[in-house]
Design a protein around this ligand. Structure first.
Ligand code: HEM
Length: 447
């Protein structure tokens, strides 16, 4: 180990103790929670977290580099029970070591390169169907509408459910499964008992979703996954070097993972972007000046190439990273900014702190898409999708999806915020979204 100037013990005395009040503060105001920890203790600092114990947190690009560039073997399987009930024991998120490496390799192809292009059309189609419901002078909640769009994208592009008569049943199953895993069930494993009604309700909704997923997997296997383009079928077709694929149960857990990881995250990012664009006319005007020359309905291929639209999305994910912290469980000792952190402990990058580090970001609390025009940042300065071997599987899909949805909305309708008061982030399950559903009014509806 190089440059280890301090012992881990130097960090231990000042760590925060467990208190349900602190957990609730973290859920309610995650930005203040991380800023307070760093201000009190420095960087890295130590924080107690449920199911993990001491977690050594950094928000410095050097610390992010230490963690993201460490060899895969530095870390072990994520034993925390926070997400297991939601995702399942075979989910990529909870696997470690060789199993994680193999499964990620099997899951990667549908999310990259040419494959992505196939989904552009579906994303735009789903967006247009939703915005057709926004009548002139009507009011709607942007976050709810955006969640409907991203859920529908998962339904069609990932699960391959094309029959509209099936959509309502699936929508209901997916949203009750997601909503019934409450923040209290996430953070306090002790409550996961059948006598606690919310837990029983969650188990019931998970059973229903699993049953639907397994039926869809059998359906694809029966008629031949090679005849379908959805991600469910591509996962069934995926093979490793030994020509082994994923079992139906593994595919089922991975589909649940994609639902959890890909639905609220993209919708939350889009909600922030919608809020900021409509809160500042100069941003809105610049976005339109890029879209207008492309005609009445820019194609998905055109939208993904627009620099300002891209900057709007990137800046939304900078100022409010949807996943506020990425955590690793150490299999070996590691050096974190000169401190030796022993095996068995957890280390983490607070993306909230990283994305506001004053060495990199000028005036970090201001939303300014221009920071992403003609400027790139290293993967240790800007990391909304995490980094290293566990980097987000949807890191290419999510911005692709966000740009198509946002560009289609901006090109088709004119909206305004009903309430332009400042909104703040709040934690829900694993993601951090706005604490408002963002009420909006339709000034001009689709032609
Ligand atoms: C704006 C949207 C999104 C954001 C901000 C986001 C962010 C993240 C972050 C920070 C991680 C943890 C990475 C780490 O530990 O280093 C992650 C993991 C993951 N994300 Fe995303 N994500 C988004 C959308 C999606 C989508 C659309 C999908 C798939 C449909 C997806 C699938 C996953 C999966 C499977 C993992 C686990 C990867 C692993 O453990 O190897 N995400 N995401």
């Amino acid at each position: 180990m190089k440059n280890t100037k301090n012992s881990v013990d130097e960090l231990l005395p000042s760590r925060s103790k467990f208190s349900p009040f602190r957990i609730l503060t973290a859920a309610k105001d995650p930005e203040a929670f991380f800023k307070m920890g760093q201000k009190k203790q420095g960087d890295p600092y130590c924080e107690w977290m449920p199911g993990m114990g001491d977690v050594y947190i950094t928000g410095h690009p050097e610390g992010a580099k230490d963690i993201f560039s460490s060899p895969r073997e530095t870390f072990q399987e994520f034993k925390s029970s926070l997400l297991r009930p939601l995702l399942g024991d075979q989910s990529l998120v909870v696997l470690g070591g060789d199993r994680h490496k193999r499964e990620k390799k099997l899951m990667m192809p549908p999310f990259h390169g040419k494959r992505l292009q196939i989904y552009g059309r579906i994303i735009q189609e789903v967006t247009l169907e939703q915005i057709k419901k926004w009548k002139k002078n009507s009011k709607f909640l942007a976050r709810t509408e955006l969640q409907t769009i991203t859920l529908e994208v998962i339904l069609r592009a990932i699960f391959g459910i094309v029959d509209p008569s099936q959509h309502e049943k699936w929508r209901l199953a997916m949203s009750s499964y997601l909503n019934n895993y409450t923040p209290l069930l996430t953070l306090i494993p002790f409550l996961r008992k059948k006598i606690y009604r919310p837990w029983k309700t969650f188990l019931r909704s998970r059973e229903t979703l699993d049953q639907y997923l397994l039926e869809e997997i059998s359906e694809s296997l029966k008629f031949g996954p090679e005849t379908r383009n959805d991600i469910l079928s591509l996962l069934l077709l995926s093979r490793d070097e030994e020509n082994e694929g994923l079992t139906p149960i593994e595919v089922k857990d991975e589909l649940r993972t994609l639902l959890v990881a890909g639905h609220e995250t993209s919708a939350a990012g889009l909600s922030w972007a919608m809020y900021y664009i409509h809160n500042d006319f100069s941003i809105y005007k610049t976005a339109l000046s890029e879209l207008i020359p492309l005609g009445s309905l820019p194609s998905p291929e055109q939208l993904i190439e627009l620099p300002f639209l891209n900057a709007i999305c990137s800046e939304a994910l900078r100022i409010h990273p949807i996943v506020p912290i990425v955590i690793r469980h150490l299999a070996h000792d590691m050096n974190l900014r000169g401190y030796r952190i022993p095996a068995g402990k957890h280390v983490a990058v607070s993306l909230i702190l990283l994305h506001r580090h004053l060495d990199v970001w000028k005036d970090p609390d201001t939303y300014d898409p221009n920071r992403f025009i003609n400027k790139t940042y290293s993967q240790y300065e800007y990391a909304p999708f995490g980094g290293g071997a566990r980097r987000c599987l949807g890191a290419a899909f999510a911005p692709f999806e966000m740009k198509i949805i946002l560009g289609t909305i901006l090109s088709q309708v004119q909206l305004e915020l009903i309430d332009s008061k400042k909104i703040s982030p709040q934690l829900k399950n694993i993601s951090m979204g706005p604490n408002s559903k963002i009420p909006m009014k339709v000034l001009k509806s689709i032609k």
